[in-house]
Design a protein around this ligand. Sequence first.
Ligand SMILES: [Zn+2]
Length: 341
Amino acid sequence: MDDKPNPETLSESSERFFSFGVIADIQYADLEDGYNFHGNRRRYYRHSLLHLQGAIEDWNNESSTLRCVLQLGDVIDGYNAQYKTSEKSLEVVMNTFKKLKVPVHHTWGNHEFYNFSRDYLTNSELNTKFLEDQIVHHPETVPSENYYAYHFVPFPKFRFILLDAYDLSVLGMDQSSPKYQQCMKILREHNPNTELNSPQGLSEPQFVQFNGGFSQEQLNWLNEVLTFSDTNQEKVVIVSHLPIYPESSDSVCLAWNYRDALAVIWSHECVVCFFAGHTHDGGYSEDPFGVHHVSLEGVIETAPDSQAFGTVHVYPDKMMLEGRGRVPDRIMNYKKKGFHF
Ligand SMILES: [Zn+2]
C-alpha cells in the first residue's frame, strides 16, 4: 500500500466511532540542540516541548470524537539525570499534558529508567494505571503488579492494551534483586560485548541494554485479555515503547523477545494494530496476519518547522492514522475474516 491514501478514501462518509492521539519520544530537556549517538540526527531537546504544546492545541481544537491520547514513552531525556533536572523536566512536561482535554495514557521507555527507578515511576504521574478498565468475573484479565501494563475501553467493543516492554530489563531495577540478576543473565547470554549498549557483531542485535522484553507472566496475561476480546468480538489496539515487528523498525530497536509477543498476538483474531516509539525514524508494516505495526516518528528528532504526532480515526471497518509533519497517513483495514464458515 502507498504511504499516502488517496483523498477519496480519506473523505469517505462512513460513520466515525471515535478518535485517539498518538505521540512518541518527546525526550524533553532544557538543553541546547544535540545529536544522536551516531551523530547523524539532530535532537531538539528544548523545542520538543513546543512540539508537544502544538500537538495538544491541535487535539483540543480538532476533534469532538477524541477519547484519549497515547504517549508512547521517553517523555524526558536521559540527560536530565546527569544535570539533576529529572523531576523539574518531568513536572514541566506533565504540566503541559494537563492542558489536554482528554485523558493521556503513558507508556514507559528506556529514558524513563535513565531518570527514575521503577518504584519512583509507579508513584509518579507517569503511572496512568488508574485509567484501567476491569472485566467483571474475569480475574485472569487483571494484570499483576510485577509489571506496568493494563487495558481499557475508550469506546464499546474497542479494547486498548498498554504493555511494559521493560518488564525484562536491567534498567530501573534494584541491582540486588533476583529479577535484575535474571535479566542481566539473559542480556549477557545474547551480548558478549563489554559495552552492553553496543549491538556490534550480534546475530540478534536487539539484545542491548537500552531495550527490554516481556516476561512470560505478562505474555500469559496478554493472552488472557486477547482471548476475552476474541470471544466478545472486540477490536484491539496494543501500545508499547518497543516495536515487535522487524519490518516496521530498525532491528536494533526491537524488544528482546519480540517473537514471543508476536506469537501471542498471532494466535488471536482481535488485534488491529500495534503502536510503538523508540526508533525515532518511524516505520510501518502490515504483518502476514493482518496486524498493522506503526513505529511513530520521534518528536525529539523533529525540526522546529515540522511536527510529529498523529490522530487515529476509528471506523466500522478500519482505522485511519492522520499524521502531522513527519508522520505519514496510514489506512489500517481490519482483518478479513477467515474462510472457515
Ligand atoms: Zn526509547
